[in-house]
Design a binder for this molecule. Sequence first.
Ligand code: KG4
Ligand code: ZN
Length: 467
Amino acid sequence: MASLVSSSSSIISRLTLLRKPSLHYSIKTLQKFQGHRKLSKLILPFLRASTNYVPFSSCPKAQTANSFGQDEELVVLGIETSCDDTAAAVVRSSGEILSQVVSSQAELLVRYGGVAPKMAEEAHSLVIDQVVQEALDKANVTEEDLSAVAVTIGPGLSLCLRVGVRKARKLAGAYALPIVGVHHMEAHALVARLVEKQLQFPFMALLVSGGHNLLILARDLGHYIQLGTTIDDAIGEAYDKTAKWLGLDMRKSGGPAVEELAREGDENSIGFKVPMKQHKDCNFSYAGLKTQVRLAIESKNIDASIPIASAGSEDRRARADIAASFQRVAVLHLEDKCERSIEWALKIEPCIKYLVVSGGVASNQYVRSRLNKIVEKKGLQLVCPPPSLCTDNGVMIAWTGIEHFRMGRYDPPPAACEPEDALLDLRPRWPLGEEYAEGKREARSLKTARLHPSLTSLIQASIQQQP
Ligand code: KG4
Ligand code: ZN
């Protein structure tokens, strides 16, 4: 939640606001919104509904928990600036996507060979107003038609998060809109519920992006168990570096370039070692595979300064073989850990039916088809959002905002003229769930430095504090 942290007594923190609204808070909130007839009409049902909220899903109850259509009037703007894409979208609570706009920083990626935070911040600042305006225009709505603004507050680069959060608070302040702070990785998982209406809690999710490799058990909204994470690099980072070292065109980011080239190569030509085979846990490691790829590239004298488009046929073939062999092993690692995590998850929640695969890397066709085989073998169903909803986007933020808003989890509108230098509640390192105890015992040298308690622990604590 993009809360303003000030030295005054009026500190708004997500910890307090995440609590189910008390009657007092509900009345106060309504009084605040009194001048805004439409808004109070919209919010009243949610405040009422939220007082009946039962936090933990049991399997039978979970099947009725997600009732679409009860609140068709909600229209939420989602803003995402956690990394290198500036994205905004307008989504209805019925699941209808009214607009989706993404401005990518492809040129910067090519120039710097990765995301440079200061440059990325500047690029976000340059386009944020335009991206949000375009999302509203394409959706054919004005700010007055919105029910709330949702924005990513973490994890991500704080310089970049700040741009989105500022914009969201400015807009929410000017139009007296409630604001929902969104966890980026939760949004990657929950967007699957927009796509697949049958997808009820509990379900499993593998979230694979540039900065994260997460295996989670989603027990309920805001209640996640982390079955596995990466102990060093995420798979997206390994794709990006492989692309860079192979001299590929990075304008669509490294992943798609490696996927495309891999189609020409022999995936068995190089015997890269599958990471962490001996670890009986669900954690990931891609740093070692990156090193193996770099050494293979060096041994074949591939010159990354010669773009693939200018490479001779033998050179191209060598690069394609490395791309294909890398991809095979990178995905085998996902398959191994997914298989084990399904066994773990079924022990905790035997009625799980779905595994969601989302995040940028999930837009890869090879990843999707390989994981589909594993999931089918285990008797589950795979849910993969379409590629445009797997890579960073505003729709997933708007949708996650809707899900939390329906439960009464939001901040009231910020002050209309917040100072530019207001200290914002940004959460660059923000775990999604609590580690599964069994996984913790078996995991080795996991980096656990955290700036914030996990989303799950915050929500559980707020629920327990309710009378
Ligand atoms: O979720 P995302 O858009 O941003 C982050 O939250 O990081 O994921 C971006 C990552 C990048 O590493 C990108 O190379 C990778 O997703 N990616 C892919 C593909 N499309 C995007 N990796 C493999 N194959 C793809 N088709
Ligand atoms: Zn992402």
